[in-house]
Design a protein around this ligand. Structure first.
Ligand code: NAD
Ligand code: AKB
Length: 316
């Protein structure tokens, strides 16, 4: 393993959807004290706060420059960001946190010799990309969020090429998980629908159309991909290193609803598309991840049936 040979791990935006699961897994692997969770806010009873070191860190502040040497940070998982739906509501904030925040983290990594994981997204693709999105294609996103993700991939490559900073990233699909609630994204419907199905009312108003197909992934697969990528030797990385396509599942809202209905027969779903439909329509239906499979043996584990069963079991 290349991870934390002689230093600790810092996770930014740790109280969010992915951070909640990633910090827990990293602490299982490396020990609680080796993984410093951080976020701009504190939730006192959150597992990341209760079960190991936690710091308040705004990624826009220069505190990161001191924190990295003080806490002996060797690897940074930089998860702090504004997601697609919130990004369209507040594009300046999205630009600032996603792009300026990432530059701040990369500067700290350059000065102190840390490695960095920066998540990208399927939102880097725009309407002109093939619907089965290849690794290499035009990246012309029409959402502000997607534009910031393209900028971050390019910035990561610049820090690797010009300064030798070991930056890696994955273009995550929509992530489905049960340990935290989600908000601010377009793929959130695929998590919200489970909470609605298990609520007393057993009904859900879906903000996307029934036939809207998007790339998705179960959290366990997302964590596996993230840790596998960071554990790979440097030589395995190709030019896709800051934005590997990874595929898990691909389904539309109606297919997810039907699968949930097998477990909860009286569940009702109505389709009431809002502005998030436009963002979803600009993204691909599915992802070609052959480069990740070749470079670091990426292989997803979860199919839709298993995912739905696991979500319902854990949320029940
Ligand atoms: P999230 O919105 O659940 O969490 C983001 C966290 O960042 C929040 O806890 C928030 O408090 C924190 N934050 C916001 N501003 C901050 C600041 N200035 N300084 C420090 N922390 C700040 O997001 P997530 O779903 O966990 O996503 C993590 C990363 O993965 C993001 O880069 C996102 O773009 C990317 N991603 C997520 C998905 C997904 O489906 N969850 C898909 C593709 C890409
Ligand atoms: C969002 O919907 O904004 C995220 C993403 C696909 O990047 N889940």
């Amino acid at each position: 393993m290349s991870e934390v040979a002689d230093g600790r791990i810092l996770v930014t935006g740790a109280l969010g959807q992915i951070g909640t699961d990633l910090v827990e897994r990293l602490r299982e692997i490396h020990g609680s004290e080796m993984v410093v969770a951080s976020d701009i806010r504190e939730i006192p009873d959150h597992p990341c706060v209760l079960n190991g070191p936690f710091l308040i860190l705004d990624v826009l502040s220069d505190k990161i420059l001191k924190l990295v040497p003080e806490e002996n940070i060797q690897t940074i998982y930089h998860l702090a960001a504004i997601l697609s739906a919130n990004g369209e509501v507040n594009p300046e904030l999205c630009e600032s946190i996603n792009v300026d925040g990432t530059r701040n983290i990369l500067e700290a990594a350059r000065i102190h010799g840390s490695r960095v994981f920066i998540p990208s997204s399927i939102a880097v693709f725009g309407p002109d990309a093939p619907k089965h999105a290849p690794q290499i294609t035009a990246l012309n996103p029409t959402t502000k969020y997607g534009m910031t993700k393209v900028d971050c991939e390019i910035m990561g490559m610049m820090y690797w090429i010009n300064h030798g900073v070991d930056v890696r990233g994955i273009r995550y699909p929509g992530i489905i998980s049960w340990k935290s609630q989600v908000s601010g994204g377009t793929t959130d419907y695929a998590v919200d629908i489970f909470h609605a199905a298990l609520s007393e009312g057993k009904s859900y108003d879906c903000f996307l159309k029934a036939d809207t197909k998007l790339p998705m992934m179960y959290m366990e697969d997302a964590i596996k991909a993230t840790i596998s990528l960071m554990d790979e030797p440097l030589e395995s990385m190709s030019l896709a290193r800051c934005g590997y396509n990874v595929s898990g599942l691909s389904f539309c809202a109606e297919e997810l609803f039907s699968e949930i209905k097998k477990h909860i027969p009286d569940f009702i779903c109505e389709y009431k598309p809002d502005v998030r439909q436009n963002y979803a329509d600009s993204w691909p239906d599915s992802i070609d991840d052959s480069v990740a499979r070749k470079d670091w043996n990426w292989q997803p584990s979860f199919e839709l049936e298993e995912l739905v069963e696991d979500m319902i079991k854990n949320l029940s």
